[in-house]
Design a protein around this ligand. Structure first.
Ligand SMILES: [Zn+2]
Ligand SMILES: [Zn+2]
Length: 358
C-alpha cells in the first residue's frame, strides 16, 4: 500500500512509496483504512528533529477512516466502523488514568518505539506510534475512537489533534471566564482552535498575534476581536488592558522567546497557558522574584489537558450547534501524491489546515 515516508530526520520532503506494509496486527489491535488526515505542526517538528521521533517514519497523527480488521479481544469496534485516530490513548488503569488525567497516560505512547510499517528496505516507524500519511495503519484498539455518522472524515481528523488541543487549552486547562481578556500568540490551526475555545467560553476581548498576515485575517474570521503583528502587541497591552496585561495569554508556538513574551503580557494573577510543542534544549526562564511576586499561573496544556474522549464529544457538540467552525479551518486540500504541497503550505503559513485525502 502507499504511504509518505521521511527517510532521515532533517530532510524537508517526503517520498510517497507504494511498497509499504502496515505491521503489528494481532490481539488488541485494529487495522484502519485512513480516509483523511490533517498535517499538524508537530509533524513538521518531528521531521526537523525538534520533537524526538525515530526515522525513517510515516508522519501524520491527525486522521480518520474506517476499521478494516479487528484483532482478538477487541470489544466495541467492528469492521466498517467510522473512527478517528487518538494518538494519545488512555489505558484506563495507570495512575494518571485513575486520577482522571487520561491525557497524561503514557501506556499507549510507550509503543511509539515499535515500528508500525515495513518495506523491503527495512522497518519504518509511525509518528507518535500512528502514521496516518498512509492508506492503512495498525494501531491499538483504544487509538480508534468511533465517530457519529454526521461527522465527515476530514472534520473528525481535525478533532483528532489540533481542534482538541486548542479548544481544550481554553476550556479545560485555562478555563477562560466569560468577559475576560485573552491573547493568543501563534495563529495556525491550534491557535485558531484556541481562539474558538476562548470565544465559546465567552471572552470579551480576544487578541490574535501572528507575524503572517494571512493567519491574522483568518483569526478575525474565527472570533478574534483584533489581530496584530508581534511588534504591535506591547501597545495593545497598554491600550486594551491599561498596561495591566491580559487575563489569559496562550503561547501556541512552542518557543521560549514567545513564552517569555506571553509571560510578560499576562496580568499579575493571570494565566499563561503553554500550548506549543517545543524542543528539549530550549529553556524558559522566570526569575524567582517575579514568579512569587506577580503570582502568574503558568499552565502547560498537553492535548487539551483533560479526558480526551470527553473533549472529542464536546468538540462535536459545539460543531453541530454551529458554535465553532471546523470546515473553515480546512484552507487547502491535496491528495497523498501531493503531500509535499501540504508541507510547503504549513511551512509558509498559508494553510491553517491542509486536508490530505487518502
Ligand atoms: Zn493510563
Ligand atoms: Zn498534532
Amino acid at each position: 500500500m502507499r504511504a509518505a515516508v521521511l527517510h532521515e530526520t532533517g530532510q524537508e520532503t517526503l517520498e510517497v512509496l507504494d511498497d509499504v506494509e502496515a505491521v503489528g496486527f494481532g490481539p488488541g489491535k485494529v487495522r484502519m483504512r485512513v480516509r483523511a488526515t490533517g498535517l499538524c505542526h508537530s509533524d513538521l517538528s518531528a521531521m526537523s528533529g525538534v520533537l524526538p521521533q525515530p526515522a525513517p517514519f510515516v508522519p501524520g497523527h491527525e486522521g480518520a477512516g474506517e476499521i478494516l480488521d479487528v484483532g482478538d479481544g477487541v470489544t466495541g469496534l467492528h469492521q466498517g466502523d467510522r473512527v478517528l485516530m487518538c494518538w494519545l490513548p488512555a489505558c484506563g488503569s495507570c495512575a494518571s488514568c485513575k486520577r482522571g488525567q487520561t491525557h497524561l497516560c503514557l501506556a499507549g505512547f510507550l509503543n511509539a518505539g515499535t515500528p508500525n510499517f515495513r518495506r523491503a528496505g527495512g522497518e519504518v516507524f509511525g509518528f507518535a506510534g500512528t502514521g496516518t500519511f498512509a492508506e492503512e495503519v495498525v494501531v491499538a484498539a483504544n487509538c480508534a475512537v468511533p465517530i457519529p455518522d454526521d461527522v465527515p472524515y476530514e472534520i473528525a481528523a481535525l478533532i483528532g489533534c489540533g481542534v482538541t488541543t486548542g479548544l481544550g487549552a481554553a476550556l479545560n486547562t485555562a478555563r477562560v471566564e466569560a468577559g475576560s481578556s485573552v491573547a493568543v500568540i501563534g495563529c495556525g490551526g491550534v491557535g485558531i482552535a484556541t481562539i474558538q475555545g476562548a470565544r465559546a467560553g465567552g471572552a470579551a476581548q480576544i487578541i490574535a498575534v501572528d507575524p503572517v498576515a494571512a493567519r491574522r485575517e483568518a483569526a478575525l474570521r474565527f472570533g478574534a476581536t483584533e489581530a496584530l503583528a508581534p511588534e504591535e502587541f506591547a501597545d495593545a497591552k497598554a491600550r486594551i488592558t491599561a498596561g495591566e496585561g491580559f487575563d489569559y495569554v496562550f503561547e501556541v508556538v512552542g518557543k521560549s522567546a514567545t513564552a517569555r513574551t506571553a509571560y510578560e503580557m499576562t496580568r499579575r494573577g493571570g494565566t499563561l497557558c503553554i500550548v506549543g510543542a517545543g524542543a528539549l534544549d530550549d529553556t524558559f526562564q522566570v526569575n524567582m522574584f517575579e514568579l512569587f511576586f506577580d503570582e502568574k499561573r503558568i499552565l502547560p496544556s498537553l492535548y487539551g489537558g483533560a479526558d480526551v474522549l470527553r473533549s472529542y464529544e464536546r468538540a462535536i457538540a459545539l460543531w453541530r450547534a454551529g458554535r465553532i467552525d471546523l470546515e473553515g479551518m480546512i484552507t487547502h486540500r491535496v491528495r497523498l501524491d501531493e503531500v509535499n504541497d501540504a508541507v510547503d503550505q504549513m511551512r509558509t503559513g498559508t494553510a491553517l489546515r491542509t486536508c490530505i485525502e487518502i
